[in-house]
Design a protein around this ligand. Structure first.
Ligand code: NDP
Ligand code: 8X3
Length: 250
């Protein structure tokens, strides 16, 4: 039976996706750096489906490319890849942002996603089908102060997703880019270097999206009839919208 591989499964969207696909009985390959989280999630889901977990840093190109060949036979036929692992670091302006933060976002959100995609595609092509679901962001299309490189990485995800569709036409492989707005996961805690108070202020007085909401959307795009490809799906909480243009006046 084919499996669903989810990166960033130790938290947030990835963890919620694991629970959603497990509820549908899909064998899972769960990846993230925090092995203790993956082990606990695998234990939780054990009664619902088969789970194989791998401690993986998506920035480790050799480890990512070795992954398909190292999967146990029962999980080796990955039919759905959820490219979810990612992060934002900092909210400083481009003149003061930490270049190490920028490089980590590029290495994770862009290069890690590239590695996973290229590692998994040959198997999908050989088997004659598959689905790559990338987790983009509203930040891909809509700039905001301090979004700088984070938004840039998600703009890459947006255009890479479209170009994958072009490359894979005729190969029966779907590519979808799900672009969420504000969702209360560990995202802001990571962005603000563990400052949970500052992170919770981001969502104060409004109802953000929940990881389960995104998991339902990810599951839905994969469960649609196989002739349908959702290219791009942007979703915000009702309480979030766009601001007016900013104008600086002397
Ligand atoms: P979380 O911080 O809750 O989860 C992020 C996940 O990514 C964790 O499981 C983490 O696992 C994993 N991860 C981070 N770096 C690496 C790495 N180098 N190698 C492997 N795994 C890694 O945040 P979210 O669930 O919110 O974020 C998931 C995705 O959704 C990200 O791509 C994010 O940019 C995107 N997103 C989030 C939004 C939000 O408002 N929350 C909105 C739009 C998009 P570990 O640390 O164990 O490695
Ligand atoms: C996360 C959404 O608006 O914090 O991608 O950039 S936002």
């Amino acid at each position: 039976m084919s499996s669903v591989l989810i990166t960033g499964a130790s938290s947030g969207f990835g963890q919620a996706c694991a629970r959603r696909f497990a509820a549908a009985g899909k064998p899972l390959v769960l990846c993230a750096r925090r092995a203790d989280r993956l082990e606990a999630l695998a234990d939780e889901l054990a009664g619902q489906t088969a789970v194989h977990w791998v401690a993986l840093d998506v920035r480790d190109r050799d480890a990512v490319y070795a992954l398909p060949g190292a999967l146990p036979p029962a999980f080796a036929e990955v039919s759905v890849l959820v490219n979810n692992a990612g992060l934002a670091l900092g909210l400083g302006g481009a003149d003061v942002a930490d270049i190490n933060h920028w490089e980590t976002m590029v290495d994770t959100n862009i290069k890690g996603l590239m590695y996973l995609t290229q590692a998994m595609l040959p198997g999908m092509v050989a088997r004659g089908g598959g689905h790559v679901v990338n987790i983009g962001s509203v930040a891909a299309s809509w700039p905001y102060p301090g979004g700088n490189v984070y938004g840039g990485t998600k703009a890459f995800v947006q255009q890479f997703s479209r170009n994958l569709r072009a490359d894979l036409l005729g190969k029966n492989i779907r590519v979808s880019n799900v672009e969420p707005g504000m969702c209360e996961t560990e995202f802001s805690v990571v962005r603000f270097a563990g400052d949970a108070d500052r992170a919770s202020q981001v969502y104060a007085g409004m109802a953000p999206l929940r990881g389960e909401d995104i998991a339902e959307i990810v599951f839905w795009v994969t469960a649609l009839p196989s002739h349908i490809n959702v290219n791009q799906l942007e979703v915000m909480p009702l309480a979030q919208a766009w601001g007016p243009f900013a104008v600086h006046r002397d």
